[in-house]
Design a binder for this molecule. Structure first.
Ligand code: F3S
Length: 390
């Protein structure tokens, strides 16, 4: 492969993987079951990135199931979201390059909800941090947090260097986190992720004290805990497969109700006027879309405020069939499929965001927005009134 016998894309990919393997001391390559590629938004890639992808697409074809992270726009409905034709043209060229490589143009950070669902113990090369954390910690698969190029390289080769979180010795929890706080609404899980991330900085937490967790709360927690400092792997008693065979670490910290409140206090800015409500970070599940439809039915989004429902196109298609799309759009809400608030070109466009997501707040602050985090109901209320009411 390095000699170029399988073409340019494979040669380039092997160079990337061999260099990574050298840096991290990998002794071998390991087969991957699937790949998830980040670095899809033209906003982040620019012309240099597009040129690189184009050169790989000339002869590169992926060897394993490969899905994409969100792009910089809704691929079908970009005009409604205020994306410029110039940006759309470039973004479409990026997508076209990925298509030629044989990649599934799914554009979501919840690949596990649309058919890229790994098994316990399966090795992967995934990129997006919340998806990586979900794969490692909820599904029990094994993946490092790949960069866009190294994930793509793994897709062309079908293998990744065996180091880091592919090795059991690097998957040992090193801090026990006892949660003594009650968790209710979805955003509490983002706040918990913030608190755990700060206390378990760059460590692997072993979390106890969680009474119950559903899929939506876990995906929210995964997004938050890795954004705010922990490694993209945790063990949660009663959730993570194999948690029961791990030894509880000696180092121990507790999360008290005050830690959850402090997380909200850090994430929430003192603003009341809201001009942007974006839910779906990570991308909304069909259950969350149903909740949004139920909350907004018969109401109207306030003038001067936009409501975006970020989700995968697959979830949106289910929502179309169930009538949730019609309910949300009749109320003035917009679907933002294939994209999200962090990778769309939004800098300077909105002043204040309301969202359910702690991770969404982190990235929106980089886009110069003030942020408010709360429940789905609080967010939909903000969309309808243009105000943060709690
Ligand atoms: Fe997904 Fe974008 Fe949030 S990639 S986790 S919706 S910042």
């Amino acid at each position: 492969m390095l000699d170029g016998k399988e073409g340019y894309a494979v040669k380039k990919s092997m160079e990337i993987l061999a260099a990574l393997g050298d840096i991290f001391g990998a002794e071998s390559l390991i087969d991957v079951g699937s790949v998830q590629v980040a670095g899809v938004s033209y906003h982040n890639l620019g012309d240099a990135g597009l040129e690189f992808l184009d050169s790989l697409a000339a002869d590169g074809r992926v060897k394993v199931l490969t899905t994409l992270n969100p792009a910089g726009m809704d691929l079908e409905n970009w005009q409604q979201l205020g994306i410029s034709p110039e940006f759309a043209e470039k973004q479409n060229l990026v997508i076209d390059a990925f298509k030629r490589m044989g990649i599934l143009v799914s554009c979501t950070c919840t690949p596990y909800l649309i058919g890229n669902l790994p098994l316990y113990g399966e090795h992967l090369a995934w990129s997006e941090s919340s998806a990586v954390t979900f794969a490692n910690s909820v599904l029990g698969a094994k993946t490092n947090r790949e960069g866009g190029p190294s994930a793509l390289a793994a897709a062309f080769v079908g293998k990744t260097p065996c180091y880091g979180l592919h090795l059991d010795e690097n998957r040992v929890p090193d801090v026990h986190v006892q949660v003594n706080a009650q968790l209710g609404k979805l955003s509490d899980w983002g706040a918990l992720g913030y608190a755990v991330g700060k206390k378990a900085e760059n460590k692997i937490p072993f979390i106890t004290g969680i009474k119950s967790a559903d899929m939506d709360s876990l995906k929210s927690f995964c997004a938050s805990v890795v954004t705010y400092g922990a490694k993209p792997l945790f063990y949660m008693q009663g959730v993570t497969p194999g948690a029961e065979i791990q030894k509880k670490p000696k180092e121990s910290v507790a999360i008290e109700p005050t830690d959850i409140q402090n997380a909200y206090d850090s994430i929430n800015d003192p603003v009341s006027d809201i001009d942007f409500v974006c839910v779906g970070c990570p991308h909304c599940s069909i259950k969350e879309i149903q909740q949004i439809a139920d909350l907004i039915a018969g109401k109207k989004v306030a003038s001067g405020t936009e409501l975006w429902v970020a989700t995968s196109r697959t979830a949106k298609q289910l929502a179309d069939k169930r009538g949730y799309t019609a309910t949300i759009e009749t109320a003035g809400g917009k679907f933002a499929c294939d994209t999200c608030m962090a990778v769309a070109p939004l800098k300077g466009r909105f002043k204040a965001l309301a969202t359910t997501s702690a991770k969404g707040c982190f990235y929106s602050r980089q886009n110069l927005m003030k942020t408010k985090m709360g429940s789905m109901k609080e967010c939909i209320d903000a969309a309808v009134t243009g105000k943060w009411n709690s």
